[in-house]
Design a protein around this ligand. Structure first.
Ligand code: MIC
Ligand code: SF4
Length: 642
């Protein structure tokens, strides 16, 4: 039987397990990346493991999320990451050098290699044929130390592309179309491979937009073949030697095949507050727009911004719209400057922000109250922009420009002639904002500098066989990590200070949760389907751990979050019968009985002391996961086994 692209890379990197769908496998990881909002914790964990040097082929620490410096906290964290990186063999991408996924694609990613990153959009690397996964900081710390990365062998889906995109229809619309088809849960447990003759019409940045937003489908990762277009991109980046061809075998078997005819697509838009809430742009014609943001790891490549510049050239944005443009990398910004395109953007009235995540993670540029914001980003979860009552829509750069000019949602095809841009054959290469690590010898005497905002990892305890808990919070379906542990300018600076961060846990849903959980001391959260979708932030597990959350009982979980819960020593349990969800209320007192044998049998008994009802919950843990849970989390387990 033939193999898919992902199966080929998995086969080459398999450390343990068999490539049988649904069973646990572990992979050798060639490269890692971290960003600053999750990186501080990942490096603290790496240090706790007592390892001297990273064992990967390439590990890079990016500073791109927490770049607002309204006090010492973020600057201290940057300095901590810079010094810890230098000491332990990690490349350090300075603030201003760009968004981790964009820079990694340009400068470090390689087809056929494995990458894990402490950021859920790490699958962007699939745009050049890498097998790239988002993971929690602890998993990245383990991989940096040479440990394998554990996943469940995914299903394989194929999206078969035919035709060619029409003018003003873009890769972003392809991402929105697949979200419309599959929903934010539709990719769970699957790797999505993009193939078919239509693939040849998509450049690497376009492919990367698509693999980037595969995360919003809940997919394990997404990947494109590595072909002559990949080679051309790598050559333009001065990295032709990194190219290898990669494609699936003719007789590769897929669990699902979805056909998309690129020629039939039209401009699409995701409405508040979910990326799969997709309709045609034309159906919202005339909705007044207050803000337009171009950028993020989804749409901030040179190709995207050259198009934006060409469409804005000689035009002014509407008086009623505030527009921002954040280039994805220093390379993009420098090249835009050199060719004059930046001037066209500035002249239109748009505001240029630095090469960072910025508004995408609520780091400034929040919309006005009840504002309508059109963004080229990948997520429009409630409150993420920093303005809770804002309506955030996700669009392509072309649709963003149309709204900025007309002041209302407008089909970009009304802009007239398509922007003709010329992509350079060779990019300007200057890696001086990436600082190389010290040699092993030099590293011995290097000091790692820590600021007062860095607080220790929450305390963990080995698990007891039976636990009594109170339901601290009951929530519905599709709870995101932005609900559990919000980000934004006011909170992000405390990513290395779990006690402080804990005050904001679930604040978008229930402002009293954090206080209540601390009072209860030992609690559980009850959730619906797809609990924990979105970001890879392990803070969405570490903060509940600090607050005394012992288990989360949900109808189903998102992949990275469930791994983070186990790593934090919090038990993820699922309802055997979805209807049992109705039988637990907030405030109920529960007993979880005989956990250890329950873990082995895949069934845990829950007694609701308040209602007197008793029922079974499901779990399916591997031996390794059981050991981690019993030890009280991955750090404790790693220490125990060293
Ligand atoms: C996001 O887009 O939500 C983030 C911020 O990049 C996160 C990581 C984080 O919370 O630090 C992600 O996607 O993993
Ligand atoms: Fe940064 Fe936004 Fe991309 Fe997350 S999704 S890495 S916050 S640009």
């Amino acid at each position: 039987m033939g193999l898919t692209i992902a199966q080929k890379i998995i086969k080459n990197h398999l450390v343990s397990g068999e490539m049988i769908q649904g069973s646990e496998i572990s992979l050798k990881i060639d490269q890692t990346l971290t960003q600053d909002a999750t990186g501080t914790m990942a490096y603290l964990e790496f240090e706790t493991m007592g390892l001297k040097r990273v064992k990967t082929e390439r590990s890079v620490a990016y500073i791109d999320h927490n770049t607002l410096q309204c006090g010492y906290e973020n600057a201290d964290d940057h300095r901590y990451i810079q010094t810890v990186a230098k000491k332990h063999g990690i490349y350090f991408s300075r603030p201003g050098n760009g968004i981790c996924h964009q820079v990694h694609l340009e400068r470090f990613g390689k087809p056929g290699k494995t990458l894990i990153g402490s950021d859920s959009h790490t699958p962007t690397g699939g745009g050049i044929g890498m097998l790239a996964f988002g993971a929690g900081g602890l998993d990245v710390a383990v991989a940096m130390g040479g440990g394998a990365y554990f996943i469940t062998m995914p299903k394989m889906y194929k999206v078969n592309l035919t035709g060619k995109l029409s003018p003003f229809v873009t890769a972003k619309d392809v991402s929105l179309e697949i979200l419309r088809i599959l929903s934010v849960k539709g990719g769970v447990g699957a790797i999505i491979e993009w193939g078919g003759e239509g693939v040849k019409t998509l450049s690497v940045p376009e492919r990367a937009t698509i693999t980037n937003m595969g995360t919003e489908l809940g997919a394990t990762t997404s990947i494109f073949p590595s072909d002559e277009i990949t080679e051309e991109f790598l050559r333009a980046q001065g990295r032709a030697e990194d190219y290898i061809p990669l494609e699936s075998d003719e007789d590769a078997v897929y669990d699902k095949i979805i056909d998309i005819n690129l020629s039939e697509l039209t401009p699409l838009i995701a409405c508040p507050h979910s990326p799969d809430n997709v309709v045609e742009v034309s159906s919202l014609k005339g909705v007044k727009v207050n803000q337009v943001c171009v950028g993020s790891c989804t749409n901030s490549s040179l190709q995207d911004l050259l198009k934006v510049a060409a469409l804005l050239k000689g035009k002014k944005i509407s008086d009623d719209v505030s527009m921002s443009v954040s280039p994805g990398s220093k390379q993009v910004l420098q090249m835009l400057t050199k060719c004059g395109a930046l001037n066209d953007i500035i002249a239109s009235g748009a505001r240029i922000l630095e090469c960072a995540c910025g508004p995408c993670i609520g780091m400034g540029f929040s919309p006005n109250s009840a504002g309508v914001s059109l963004r080229t980003f990948n997520r429009n979860f409630l409150g993420r922009s920093g303005t809770k009552d804002a309506g955030v829509y996700l669009v392509s750069p072309e649709t963003a420009v149309a709204a900025a000019i007309f002041g209302e949602i407008t089909d970009p095809r009304l802009l007239g002639k398509e922007a003709e841009i010329k992509m350079p054959k060779v990019f300007d290469i200057d890696d001086s904002a990436v600082i190389a690590p010290a040699s092993e010898f030099e590293a011995e005497n290097l000091e790692v500098l820590r600021g007062p905002n860095i607080k220790p990892f929450p305390e963990t305890k080995p698990l007891c066989n039976e636990i009594d808990v109170t339901v601290g919070l009951k929530v519905g379906d599709n709870i995101t990590t932005d609900h559990i542990m919000p980000a934004g300018a006011k909170i992000l600076l405390y990513r290395s200070n779990i006690p402080f961060l804990s005050k904001f846990c679930f604040s978008v849903v229930d402002e009293k949760f954090s206080e209540r959980a601390l009072e209860l001391k030992s609690s559980v959260i009850v959730g619906g389907d797809n609990y924990g979708q979105g970001s890879s932030r392990e803070h969405a597990a570490l903060v509940p751990l600090y607050l005394g959350v012992k288990a989360v009982i949900a109808k189903s979980f998102a992949r990275i979050h469930v791994a983070n819960l186990i790593n934090a020593g919090i038990i993820p349990l699922t309802f055997k019968n979805a209807s049992d969800y109705e039988d637990i209320l907030q405030g109920d007192k529960l007993s979880l009985k005989d956990l250890f044998s329950g873990f082995e049998n895949g069934e845990v008994t829950l007694v609701n002391q308040t209602s007197g009802k008793e029922f079974k919950l499901s779990c399916s843990f591997t031996d390794r996961q059981i050991k981690i849970l019993k030890a009280g989390g991955l750090l404790a387990y790693t220490k125990e086994s060293n």
